[in-house]
Design a binder for this molecule. Structure first.
Ligand code: GUN
Length: 284
């Protein structure tokens, strides 16, 4: 029987640990503060942003919401970020993605001070993660590492295959698995003989962006499968990049969707924010 890795339970453990830390910080007059900027009213983004605010409330982090109209200019958005960069009461700044088409996402990410980059998207933050310097870790990949560690799954020496090469998940995921001494392959849409590659994996991370793409044929007997995908199927039910029912009989451990990686992203965002209140990063 496969171990079902419960992201709800593990993320709650992490949030409870953070709640205790925040209570102790408050005794020293420190209240962590996260600024969350949303542009427009994309329904999926609104759900994510609300969940982030709820997690802040649960842990005791002060959250400040900035809801900007879809029509906001890039300059106005950047000016708000620069104001928040200078605001000493703010520990973390998050701009919910995607942004409307008239705004250059990369340019916006680069305006966020690396000292407050709790999403871990700024090129300087990414560079620090790659060379192994202390710093903010990107939330979803860091959440996957926590799921593995807290489920007693060893990474060192394991064949790890990440399917997907996005800047938010695939690439940083591969880097964090490498930091844990995994032997890492990144596969993607142009990979030849994908099934042969994924079948080498002791740990397979699916970040493909296609519902139920990873079936049993892609998975080695006894592998650990982590599903980063989230989609709605034809019946409006949530599903991942992995065909759970087809894969579950073959694997030693697997994350479900929902209730796997999803809740971990927010827990790790909260972790970045609290860490930065405990020992704030200084700007270079
Ligand atoms: N949109 C989807 N996932 C994320 C995330 O982790 N951070 C931000 N800022 N936007 C997102």
């Amino acid at each position: 029987m496969a171990q079902i890795i419960d992201g709800k339970v593990i993320s709650t453990q992490i949030k409870d640990e953070l709640k205790e830390k925040v209570a102790a910080l408050k005794e020293h007059g420190i209240v962590p503060c996260l600024a969350v900027i949303q542009v427009g009213q994309d329904p999926a983004s609104s759900v994510y942003v609300n969940n982030k605010k709820k997690a802040c409330t649960y842990i005791g982090i002060d959250s400040r919401a900035y809801e900007l109209p879809e029509s906001v200019s890039q300059t106005e958005l950047m000016e708000l970020i620069e104001t928040l960069n200078r605001d000493e009461s703010v520990n973390g700044i998050l701009v919910q993605l995607p942004l409307p088409k008239h705004i250059d996402e990369n340019a916006v990410i680069q305006v966020i001070s690396p000292a407050k980059d709790v999403d871990g998207f700024h090129p300087e933050t990414v560079g620090n993660m790659c060379i192994g310097t202390d710093g903010f870790l990107p939330c979803t990949p860091a959440g996957v590492i926590q799921l593995l560690k807290r489920s007693g799954i060893e990474i060192a020496g394991k064949e790890c295959v990440v399917v997907g090469r996005s800047n938010i998940v695939g690439k940083p995921m591969a880097m964090l698995l490498l930091r844990e001494n995994g032997t890492v392959t990144i596969a993607h849409s142009k990979t030849k003989n994908l099934k042969e590659v994924t079948k080498r994996a002791d740990i397979l991370v699916a970040a493909v962006g296609k519902p139920k793409f990873i079936t049993g044929e892609y998975v080695k007997e006894g592998a650990v499968v982590i599903d980063v995908g989230i989609h709605r199927n034809e019946n409006n039910k949530l599903c991942g990049d992995v065909d759970f029912d087809d894969v579950v009989q073959k694997v030693s451990a697997i994350t479900p969707v929902p209730g796997g990686v999803g809740p971990m992203t927010i827990a790790m965002l909260m972790d970045n924010c609290v860490k930065n209140a405990v020992s704030p990063k200084s700007e270079c």
